[in-house]
Write a protein that binds this ligand. Structure first.
Ligand SMILES: [Zn+2]
Length: 331
């Protein structure tokens, strides 16, 4: 087989490329983006691969999310979208994936002219669909229960929810790296006037996003005096925290969690002053199928390592399009 997903979550493409987890005897390791479930075994890959490929933005993200020492000394090579590198008889090209800053889809063209594509994580809206012969596709929302009907309203709902919260004082927004910065951009663009505050890691990731062209507005570090005072007095401002701080900060304040795992409505109330907003950086079930339809593959592998929705997605691809499809690894 020209592609596979191993029991350790490594996505194998062609002869030489492994994406998003460690695999022995593959000279080229690709990191599609800086989320933890796509950086597995990276230290081992840095020691044993000939090259570790990622976009410049992904490298910058890893430098701040881990440490600048993390990648140092490894054979890291950054590759821009649309640029091709040749390795032996294969050609490797990255294309944009609309997910978080720096996210890439990977195309491997083999000597027989087969196009082997891995989407990585993506949202269909702003992701170019690549023609493929063999397609490996993410399956986070690969179940028919994962369909969103509300689309564009989410952004407006988020903005009005934040504005409502600011009337009570500080609004805490919880999300993952990349998503938090997307929210800052949405609020900044909507002219929401309250100061933005973030702890150090979120702040540093935001600076990387700004360096790569995102427009986030003015952001204060949470340990600065001015920011500390705003938070202590529960003054109107917006504090952006990683999901892991959910149970640690802003417990008595107005809180908004941003999560993709919501399908019935754009907003759901979960407490007295607590809401979930359904802003996702992944395609829903329909978006995944749309990618497959437009990509026109002859064979599809759904990523069954990172989530458990790969089987129903493979089944629907076979049923709807008559394209052979398997969920890998087998569970
Ligand atoms: Zn991701």
């Amino acid at each position: 087989m020209k592609a596979s997903v191993t029991n350790r979550g490594a996505v194998l493409l062609g002869k030489n490329v492994v994406c998003d987890a460690f695999e022995e005897n593959k000279p080229l390791r690709v990191v599609t983006h800086a989320h933890a479930d796509h950086m597995m075994g990276l230290q081992r890959s840095l020691k044993t691969s000939e090259k570790v490929l990622m976009t410049k933005a992904t490298k910058d993200m890893i430098d701040v999310m881990r440490s600048p020492l993390f990648l140092m000394g490894g054979p890291v090579q950054t590759l821009d979208y649309g640029k091709t590198i040749q390795y032996e008889e294969e050609r490797i090209t990255f294309f944009k994936a609309d997910h978080i800053l720096g996210a890439a889809q990977v195309l491997v063209e083999d000597p027989e002219g087969k196009r082997i594509v891995f989407t990585g994580d993506f949202r269909i809206q702003d992701t170019p669909v690549l023609y493929s012969d063999i397609l490996v596709i993410e399956a986070t929302y690969g179940s028919p229960y994962c369909r969103r009907s509300f689309g564009i309203d989410v952004k407006n709902s988020l903005i009005s929810m934040v504005e409502k919260g600011l009337k009570h004082g500080t609004v805490y927004v919880f999300g993952y790296h990349g998503k938090l910065q997307e929210i800052m951009q949405i609020l900044h663009k909507a002219n929401v006037k309250a100061p933005f505050i973030a702890p150090e890691k979120v702040f540093q990731v935001s600076k990387v996003c700004e360096r790569h062209g995102m427009n986030l507005g003015r952001l204060m570090l949470s340990m600065e005096r001015e920011a500390r005072e705003l938070l202590e007095r529960n003054s109107p401002c917006i504090a952006f925290y990683h999901m892991e701080s959910l149970k640690k900060v802003g417990l008595d304040s107005f809180r908004i969690c941003v999560s993709g795992w919501e399908f019935d409505s754009a907003i759901r109330q979960t407490g007295d002053k607590e809401y979930i907003v359904a802003l996702s950086d992944h395609s829903d079930f329909n978006g995944l199928l749309e990618y497959v339809r437009r990509s026109k593959p002859e064979f599809v592998i759904t990523d069954n390592f990172r989530v458990s929705n790969a089987e129903p997605l493979a089944r629907e691809i076979r049923r709807r399009y008559g394209i052979p499809a398997v969920a890998l690894p087998k569970r």
